[in-house]
Design a protein around this ligand. Structure first.
Ligand SMILES: Nc1ncnc2c1ncn2[C@@H]1O[C@H](COP(=O)(O)OP(=O)(O)O)[C@@H](O)[C@H]1O
Ligand SMILES: [Mg+2]
Length: 220
């Protein structure tokens, strides 16, 4: 049984799919409601996470192995859940997070080849079994994603700095997309696939409908 107090909503999808854009739009919408919420992200939702994020995305000379990468993401997540997400949920808040553990399943579990079972096990420990109530998967073709990210800011919002992940091949991103879609097929109640090729406002309206449904019924 989920705690009935807070709601955990995660956004997933490839870089450039529009996660940050939609997180912002949802936050503005929540501002217009009575709900108290926090907006956060993985990696980097805590001071420790900020350091881990720098290591992961901006220190290519470290040549982090896939397994070490998987552990770094889980260290970020363990800190994030223990000190930010779980306390906010316990206080009855809505938590919107830009990426969560499905990203680890897709990136490290599948695309990097660390293995789905191991990554899932580590993720469940890091999140203390508190899976999101609703996961919005912004689905977009890998070639379209590339067009968007070529013009976009990087993960940390610093223009012109591209992360290690942006440099991966289109094949890597196709693999990721397929993996995200497979995760959604396995958990259709929790993970809602949204066609992210449309205008931001249309996507936002669809997301609001899902969130209103979540708030009304307590579950999807
Ligand atoms: N629905 C959309 N259609 C076209 N461009 C978009 C859309 N959503 C976001 N963008 C643009 O694409 C780029 C990446 O969006 P962003 O929200 O940062 O994606 P993500 O956080 O998933 O990497 C940004 O330049 C953003 O303005
Ligand atoms: Mg983003």
């Amino acid at each position: 049984m989920r705690d009935k107090q807070g709601y955990l909503i995660s956004f997933e999808g490839l870089d450039g799919a529009g996660k940050t854009t939609q997180v912002e739009l949802l936050a503005r919408w929540l501002d217009s409601t009575e709900r108290s919420y926090i907006q956060t992200r993985e990696p980097g939702g805590t001071p420790l996470g900020g350091e881990i994020r720098q290591l992961l995305f901006h220190r290519p000379e470290l040549t982090i192995t896939p397994l070490a990468e998987a552990f770094l993401f889980q260290a970020d997540r363990a800190q994030h859940f223990a000190t930010v997400i779980l306390p906010a949920l316990a206080a009855g808040k809505v938590v919107i997070t830009d990426r969560c553990f499905d990203s680890s399943l897709a990136y490290q579990g599948a695309a990097r080849g660390v293995g789905a079972e191991l990554v899932k096990h580590l993720s469940l420990i890091a999140i203390q079994d508190r899976v999101p109530d609703l996961t919005i998967l912004l689905d977009l073709d890998a070639t379209k994603v590339r067009e968007r990210t070529d013009h976009a800011q990087d993960h940390s919002g610093q223009r012109g700095q591209r992360s290690r992940f942006d440099a991966e091949s289109e094949q890597f991103h196709q693999r990721l997309r397929a993996e995200f879609l497979a995760l959604a097929r396995a958990e259709p109640e929790r993970i809602k696939v949204i066609d992210a090729s449309r205008a931001p406002e249309l996507i936002h309206r669809e997301i609001v409908a899902l969130v209103e449904w979540l708030f009304r019924d307590g579950a999807l």
